[in-house]
Ligand binder design. Structure first.
Ligand code: SF4
Length: 580
């Protein structure tokens, strides 16, 4: 089964900006925090707002305190004035593109033009726009209602930003033939245009289209209408739970798109649910293979195996003899730390990976026991390598355990926002990279092996760079969910664009370092092969940046497989060089 995800599925720029401003508001502005009307047409996001104590203000009180955020759709100008007069601090998250339409209307109305708005009269954006037109405003939702209006001497026509582009084209032709003196402004947002034209392209290629978004969301409903227009079954779902598994099971190619108010974590959940459909088919090899991948990822067995592979590749890069204890220590340490991290990070997984959250909640005792046993095995393996390796792994295990524990007692330093290591913005990405690099590249040296210092440095830099880039890439995929739970990952601190640039830069340095080390003879020829892992990760990141596909099981498994690939190259080199 193939899944095609529309490139523009999910939050548009304006909604993303507004949602981020609202979720960042608690702690930043004077409480209580309100949104003026529901933030967006998405019940799941509204539930989250309620959980965070963000309330909806439906009417303007006589007196109030706190902060009110104007949502992306905007409001009529008098509403802002009345909110401020009531004593509230107003934070305006109106989308800049909506502000542009408001400005056009205000200027043209002041010049004496009648203002005709093509849109849904009950839509909050249209209500806000009407406020800027004053008594000169009219709303029409069809060609017929436009034709029924009186003929004005001076009039402009603007469109609701999420209006159907085809309807606007029809209006344009009608105006040219019937009211050529009217001024027409195409104010449909290009994000809406792209989203709709993508569905037009997508529909003929697939057997069915899944449209994700709130049932009340007009732009989401329009996407479903467009897909149906092309004769394709369109399933409008709010969450993965609404999927009609039986109806979709027979489809070979499924398209997924989402409205502008659909968060990425919900698209990801729907994507993963569609991806799992083959698992429901009895006896299918594809389904079994996916189930196998899912179990390996959920239990962290695969990531631990990847750490072992990376340790093996690093040992070959350093030209040292193979130490089984080294590989075992790396695998056990990574398994233990990753399980512990997921056990303590279930709040984030609730949005980013509900599958994993359920798995860890249901099996927490067993998994805690496995994590402790793996930690013990890692320490034992390190001890067999030497006391120095043991001491370093012991410190690293203690640091890993302390990562989620408050190190500064509450109240001792009131102004300090960081009580745990994990509270330091972006710390996770750096610490994971360093920890992996120590266990995969440094342990042999600490364990008494005598590789060249340059080879150890190169190997340390390569493993740290690769793991850093992989972790930052996963951080990018989880940005929206992390932001909701208030986690400040490096991707959130830097923003998506800079995070991708950092990934490419770090990977470029690893490629350059390995190739240069090989050329000047500091590293064995294996170094050239290992550049492939960095290049492949860069290609995956680049493809994702261009297509913005959700993080499905295959993507996650593919990225983790890069470490296994490194191990396979190490093994081939080991045999060719006569080390194995
Ligand atoms: S659809 Fe366009 S105009 Fe509307 S909120 Fe999104 S970016 Fe802004």
């Amino acid at each position: 089964m193939k899944i095609i995800v529309a490139k523009t599925a999910g939050f548009c720029m304006g909604v993303r900006r507004a949602v981020e401003m609202v979720f960042d508001a608690p702690g930043k502005y004077t409480p209580p925090i309100y949104t003026y009307g529901p933030l967006i047409h998405n019940p799941q996001v509204l539930e989250l707002c309620a959980e965070k104590g963000i309330r909806i203000l439906d009417s303007i009180p006589d007196r109030a305190n706190g902060t009110v955020l104007i949502r992306a759709h905007g409001v009529p100008p008098d509403i802002k004035v009345r909110l401020e007069a009531a004593g509230l601090t107003v934070v305006d998250t109106t989308c800049p593109r909506v502000i542009k339409v408001q400005t056009i209307i205000r200027k043209q109305a002041q010049k004496g033009y009648e203002v005709i708005i093509l849109g849904d009269e009950d839509h909050p954006e249209v209500i806000g726009l009407l406020g800027y037109a004053g008594p000169r405003g009219q709303v029409v939702d069809s060609l017929e209602s436009l034709a029924s209006l009186p003929v004005y001497d001076k009039a402009i026509i603007v469109a609701q930003t999420t209006q159907n582009t085809r309807l606007f084209e029809q209006v344009q032709r009608w105006v040219e033939g019937n009211r050529p003196h009217y001024r027409l402004f195409n104010t449909i947002c290009d994000s809406t245009e792209k989203r709709q034209s993508e569905v037009r392209e997508l529909a003929p290629q697939v057997d069915a289209v899944v449209v994700v978004g709130g049932k009340q969301s007009g732009n989401t409903r329009r996407l479903a209408e467009i897909a149906s227009f092309y004769g394709k079954t369109a399933f409008h779902v709010e969450t993965a739970a609404d999927l009609n598994v039986d109806a979709l099971a027979g489809c070979q190619i499924i398209g997924i798109t989402a409205g502008a108010s659909t968060p990425s974590w919900i698209i990801k959940q729907v994507f993963r649910a569609v991806e799992k459909l083959p698992m429901a088919r009895p006896g299918g090899i594809g389904g079994r293979w996916l189930t196998f991948q899912r179990v390996l990822l959920l239990t962290n067995i695969y990531v631990a195996f990847g750490a072992g592979c990376l340790a093996f590749a690093a040992s070959q890069l350093q030209g040292g003899r193979l130490m089984a204890e080294h590989v075992l220590a790396a695998m056990s340490y990574v398994l233990s730390m990753h399980i512990l991290n997921h056990l303590t990070g279930r709040a984030e997984d609730r949005y980013n990976s509900p599958d994993r959250e359920r798995f860890y909640s249901a099996n927490k005792r067993v998994l805690a026991a496995v994590a402790l046993a793996a930690g013990g095995l890692g320490l034992l393996s390190a001890y067999r390598m030497g006391w120095l390796a043991f001491a370093v792994l012991l410190v690293m295990s203690a640091l890993g355990l302390a990562y989620n524990i408050p190190l500064v007692p509450a109240g001792i330093w009131p102004g300090l926002g960081w009580r745990r290591l994990r509270d330091i913005p972006g710390s996770k990405t750096f610490l994971i990279a360093v920890a992996w690099a120590v266990v995969t590249s440094l342990l042999p040296l600490l364990g008494g092996s005598r590789p060249s210092v340059w080879a150890v440095m190169a190997s340390f830099g390569w493993t740290a760079g690769l793991v850093f880039s992989r972790t930052l890439f996963f951080d990018i995929l989880d940005m929206q969910g992390d932001r909701i739970v208030g986690k400040e990952t490096l991707a959130i601190v830097l923003g998506e664009k800079k995070s991708f640039s950092l990934i490419y830069s770090v990977l470029a340095i690893t490629v350059f370092g390995l190739a240069a080390g090989g050329l000047i003879g500091l590293l064995p020829p294996l170094a050239y092969g290992l550049t492939g892992c960095s290049l492949l990760l860069a290609a995956v990141a680049w493809r994702h940046q261009r297509r913005c596909e959700p993080a499905g099981l295959k993507l996650e498994f593919g990225v983790e497989s890069l470490f296994v690939l490194a191990g396979a190259m190490g093994l081939i080199f080991c045999f060719l060089a006569g080390n194995c």
